[in-house]
Design a protein around this ligand. Structure first.
Ligand code: SAM
Length: 275
């Protein structure tokens, strides 16, 4: 029996193309099109939007994005075994799916961005997810080429992405995401939703770029957060010693007895701007 989009069920696609999941490629597939549609809907309206997807695998999320009316999906997949299955989807949606075989970490998404709105939606391979997110947060231009990022991570990483200073998961990633975006947790996905099930719960996170983030040099911001969170239990006078310690903090008007995890993004930017 065909699935809701008229294509074969994903379980059949996987069996027919011999797509046994490979751990080294972070392959945990989603086979439920209702769930993949829920992920795709988190990105908001898709009509007229070009979607970049990383790691389409057998295409469960790709199919959801296309069925919800995206103008086009440009998907980067490293595993050549998935290409015949994706070609069937491309045939079902003529001219709307372009698959690039390659490593997303080496892909210049900004250079590939067409005119018109772009959204990024992906169930990311866990071993490269955080690096891809950081790359998308640091494009050549800001506001960036994308309107939103809707991404699946391990829940633990998702919590770090959306964390602020009121939260135990706050760290370098939370500062970077909070500086450039408004990030929120959309929903959790239990291990049983994947084939094969991963060990931990996953979460879908949605990030929208701030149009005017606080002016700050990213390298300096990273130097400050690296030093501060590198010794997160220490007072800032100690952890920021190599960058100027007490004198730097006095200029920023920040109590040197505070710890990294109590500083807001605005305070981190204030320190970075004084380096
Ligand atoms: N999107 C599919 C789904 O939701 O069922 C598959 C998700 S699976 C977690 C991650 C996918 O990313 C796999 O298809 C894997 O082959 C692919 N992948 C892993 N590393 C990659 C990389 N560096 N660049 C592009 N794709 C990659």
């Amino acid at each position: 029996m065909a699935a809701i989009d008229g294509l074969p069920p994903l379980r059949d696609v996987i069996a027919r193309h011999g797509l046994d999941a490979r751990k080294a490629l972070g392959q945990n597939f989603l086979l439920d099109l209702n769930l993949t549609q829920k992920i795709a809907r988190t990105a908001g309206p898709l009509e007229g939007v070009t979607v970049f997807e990383v790691g389409p695998g057998p295409g469960g999320l790709t199919r959801a994005i296309l069925s919800l009316g995206a103008k086009k999906v440009i998907a980067v997949e490293r595993d050549a075994r998935c290409l015949p299955a994706l070609a069937e989807i491309a045939e079902h949606y003529p001219g709307r799916l372009e698959v690039i075989e390659g490593d997303a970490l080496k892909t210049d998404f900004e250079a590939m961005a067409p005119d018109g709105p772009v959204k990024i939606i992906a169930n990311l391979p866990y071993n490269v997810g955080t690096q891809l997110l950081v790359n998308w947060l640091l494009p050549r231009n800001w506001p960036p080429f994308w309107q939103s990022l809707t991404l699946m991570f391990q829940r633990e990483v998702g919590l770090r992405i959306v964390a602020d200073e009121s939260d135990d998961h706050y760290g370098r990633l939370g500062v970077l995401c909070g500086w450039r975006t408004e990030a929120h947790m959309a929903f959790d996905v239990p291990p049983q939703a994947f084939t094969p099930p991963p060990k931990v719960t996953s979460s879908v996170v949605h990030l929208v770029p701030r149009q005017e983030p606080l002016p700050c040099n990213v390298e300096k911001l990273e130097r400050v957060t690296q030093a501060a969170f590198g010794q997160r239990r220490k007072m800032l006078r100690q952890s920021l010693k190599s960058l100027g310690g007490e004198a730097l903090l006095a200029r920023a008007g920040i109590d040197p007895a505070r710890r990294a995890e109590t500083l807001s993004v605005e305070e981190f930017c204030r320190i970075a701007n004084l380096l």
